[in-house]
Ligand binder design. Structure first.
Ligand SMILES: *Cc1c(COP(=O)(O)O)cnc(C)c1O
Length: 394
């Protein structure tokens, strides 16, 4: 009998928003691998290899380096709820939506919050952190590496050293940055670091890679109260991913297959090559947009190559342009959140989506749509500027 519901069919898209990014077909094929049990010896080997490849990506020797079975926000939740107990002092740096989300999560863990804020698009100056932690002791200092709401890329090394000197835990969100720019967990003295799969790892959404060092694990082991989340309690999750293989929850088998293949692709390309590719494509995009008279919103010198916020020109209606981009070109672009809503677009060049072809196709499409919408622009300027960057390299 014919089903009254249609089989899923979607129009192919070019994903150039703030995530998810495009996925290599190899990752999708891996997801179609038949299921085995979550304690099957062959699956345990896939878990071991995944942890190994993830340690290389995070540049860490931390034993507890695993994917949480849920999206990036669950990594954020796991990071905070494991180390924070009621009344603990937490310092949170906020310069966009994801820093704000951290304050919400930490507050629900009953932390006592202190905030350092910066304008959206700007980084948090390390001196500002120093002046606050010199005066008061915090259990945790938290910051976002690449703030996806603005495209600002936060330098971490100096802050990491200061936080360690003050004997606090350094908690960092690398959801957008991991696999697009270097994330050196050990060298930068990061104690707790989480990410997501659907940004520069180019794997579908559904997992949150996370790593805890011994200092963080000691804080968890020395808690006075139980971790309030049963699902995200690292004491128990550690026993499943570690040698005990103690059942906690059923691992999302197909997602782990995808994760394993995405990590293989990353290490085949090599981290340095991957970072270089992200930088090159971003430089070309920035040159193109600026040549078209558009304004990049993140602080110069601190722009994340995987996510660009660009101001919407006067008189141009955000949604009209994004509808045409999607309908006529299949390009998905991000609108903006919070303070920048309606004022900026977010262009993602993440992982598998970060290609020369996407940069040129997008600049061409945007120029054409903007001139239809009445923005005075000389055709070809953006493409020429981008090509100059590409040609200067090859
Ligand atoms: C996307 C994102 C998150 C949230 O991840 P989800 O997978 O959407 O839950 C957290 N932090 C940053 C910086 C992000 O870009």
């Amino acid at each position: 009998m014919q089903s009254e519901y249609n089989e899923i069919k979607v129009t192919p898209r070019i994903l150039m928003g703030p995530g998810p990014s495009d996925v290599d077909p190899r990752v999708l094929r891996a997801m179609a691998t038949p299921l085995v049990g979550h304690l099957d010896p062959e699956f345990l080997e896939i878990m071991n290899e995944s942890m190994d490849m993830l340690r290389r990506l995070f540049q860490t020797n931390n034993v507890l380096t695993i994917p949480i079975s849920a999206t990036g926000s669950a990594g954020m939740e796991a990071a905070f709820c494991n180390v924070i107990e009621e009344g603990d002092e937490a310092l949170i740096c906020v310069n966009g939506v994801f820093g704000q989300r951290m304050t919400d999560v930490a507050e629900r863990c009953r932390a006592k919050l202190t905030l350092i804020e910066a304008d959206w698009g700007k980084i948090i100056p390390p001196e500002k952190v120093k002046s606050v932690i010199d005066k008061q002791k915090f259990k945790v200092v938290a910051i976002v590496h690449a703030e996806t709401s603005t495209g600002a890329l936060q330098p971490l090394e100096e802050i990491g050293r200061m936080v360690r000197e003050h004997d606090s835990l350094f908690l960092v969100d690398t959801v957008t940055s991991l696999a697009g720019v270097p994330v050196k967990v050990d060298e930068w003295l990061i104690d707790i670091c989480y990410s997501g799969t659907q940004k520069c790892l180019s794997c579908p959404p559904g997992l949150s890679p996370i790593t805890f060092n011994e200092r963080a694990m000691n804080a968890i082991r020395n808690r006075k109260s139980k971790v309030q989340s049963w699902y995200l309690d690292m004491n128990m999750i550690e026993r499943y991913w570690g040698s005990e293989r103690f059942y906690h929850h059923t691992a999302p088998i197909s997602m782990i297959y995808a994760f394993h293949e995405a990590l293989r692709i990353i290490h085949e390309e090599g981290l340095e090559n991957r970072f270089k590719r992200h930088r090159l494509n971003a430089s070309a995009l920035w040159a193109g947009l600026e040549a078209m008279g558009m304004k990049l919103l993140a602080q110069e010198g601190y722009r994340a190559p995987m996510l660009t916020s660009v101001g919407i020109p006067e008189g141009i209606v955000d949604l009209n342009v994004r509808k045409k981009l999607l309908g006529n070109y299949g390009i998905e672009l991000g609108g903006s959140l919070g303070e920048l809503k309606g004022k900026a677009w977010r262009v993602g060049l993440m992982g598998h989506s970060s290609t020369k072809r996407n940069v040129l196709f997008f600049l061409n499409a945007l120029a054409s749509i903007l001139s239809e919408e009445g923005y005075k622009i000389e055709r070809g300027l953006g493409i020429d500027a981008a090509n100059q960057i590409f040609n200067s390299i090859s």
